[in-house]
Design a protein around this ligand. Structure first.
Ligand code: SF4
Length: 389
């Protein structure tokens, strides 16, 4: 493929800057850090004996490298879950002592995401960075997109896709650019509520794909609040939030949910659904209805960044179901906070968006397992979507 010369950017990325030591959840906390091969070799050649000693101690070659430009080597986080090169003031020792050119591709790029679609770069920010979430939500106007000439900078390409390639000739993937742009249009239709826009999006995808997504297959059983409580309790258990996920923030918000809604394994308390319903109806929904741009921007960014609707597979409905489940899952966590504090703030929204992205986007199998489970239960239909909204 020809080297891309153009880059598409959403308006919210303009002026983004890492806030370094001021950051409330540095990207150097909680994750092992990937080191590309070129940087790995630069470290082994450094003349700075003190740094060399420390680099040798903490950096090792990856046993499962999938791309030399990304994860040839690895820095393991220490017992307090910090990168061993992150100093007390939350600044990077490698950058401070050796210079920015010694940062690995991952450290240099994060939270910038670069995809290449049909020969053009597409730039966006990962919501795992709290400053990126603040930028996303800093402007109520609809996100717009503009194209610029690409300037050569150090970066990692997250995905490369050429929908015009003959490989996709018989696949709906060939229609990705059109479907994605119509999806963004549907979500930015400010004449109706966010939930209505999601239903309109489903109708558009159904029409375009000629697949009947709108099957009304009644899911027998409880009302939508009880259904969601049971469904998300199962999701939380599968994710191993409390025991397996290394994020005190996510575990903390999950504990709030569990105690507020009395989520007892296999036996949700009868009053849980009414507590949840009350939190949604008295706090979460009014807060969101007053600020519909919050979830509009959340959905538009996901659609743009994840090659929607083919984020999960070549099936249009797979990407749609996961988009809606993630939208509802974030709101479920907001309901936990709303139930406890009897109010929501923009800081709560920023924190929940960020913590979810940091955990779920970087969990190797969560989304794939979730989709598999949804299909196994035969929930991949519009009745399930309505229960999520
Ligand atoms: S999470 Fe974002 S703001 Fe925080 S240190 Fe990383 S890039 Fe900077």
């Amino acid at each position: 493929m020809k080297k891309p010369t153009k880059i598409l950017m959403p308006s919210y990325v303009e002026g983004f800057k890492c806030i370094g030591g001021e950051c409330e959840d540095s990207c150097c906390i909680g994750w092992d850090i990937d080191i590309d091969k070129r940087t790995f070799r630069k470290y082994s050649r450094t003349k700075d004996s003190m740094m060399k000693q420390k680099l040798t101690k903490h950096i090792s070659k990856s046993s499962e490298c999938y791309n030399d430009d990304v994860d040839y080597g690895r820095i393991a986080i220490n017992d307090s879950r910090w990168c061993p090169f992150l100093e007390e003031d939350k600044l990077c020792e490698i950058q401070r002592n050796m210079g920015e050119e010694y940062l690995s591709n991952v450290c240099y790029s994060f939270p910038r995401i670069y995809n290449v679609l049909n020969g053009s770069y597409e730039y966006s920010l990962s919501m795992a960075c709290p400053e990126a979430v603040r930028k996303l939500l800093s402007n109520e106007d609809p996100i717009s997109f503009r194209e610029e000439d690409m300037v050569e900078i150090k970066h990692i390409v997250h995905s490369t896709l050429d929908t015009n390639h003959k490989f996709w000739r018989k696949s709906p993937v060939k229609n990705l650019p059109e479907l994605r742009s119509l999806s963004i249009e549907a979500i930015q239709d400010r004449s109706c509520s966010i939930n209505r826009r999601i239903l309109n999006l489903a109708a558009m995808l159904e029409k375009k794909s000629q697949r009947e997504t709108n099957r009304h297959e009644p899911i027998n059983g409880p009302d939508k609040y009880t259904f969601r409580l049971e469904f998300f309790s199962y999701v939380i258990e599968t994710l191993g939030v409390i025991d397996d996920i290394d994020s005190p923030a996510f575990a903390g918000f999950t504990s709030v949910l569990m105690s507020e809604f009395e989520l007892i394994k296999d036996n949700p308390h009868k009053s849980a659904a009414s507590l949840y319903k009350d939190a949604v109806e008295t706090v979460v929904s009014p807060f969101i209805e007053e600020r519909p741009y919050i979830f509009e921007h959340f959905l538009v960014n996901s659609i743009y960044q994840d090659n929607f609707p083919f984020s999960e597979s070549q099936e249009i409905f797979d990407g749609f179901v996961i988009l809606v489940v993630r939208y509802a899952f974030v709101q479920f966590y907001l309901a936990g906070i709303a139930s406890k504090n009897k109010e929501l703030t923009m800081s709560n929204i920023i924190e929940i968006f960020q913590v979810h992205a940091k955990i779920i986007n970087h969990h190797k199998t969560f989304t794939a397992n979730l989709l598999q489970e949804i299909k196994r239960k035969e929930y991949d239909n519009m009745e399930f979507i309505r229960l999520m909204l």
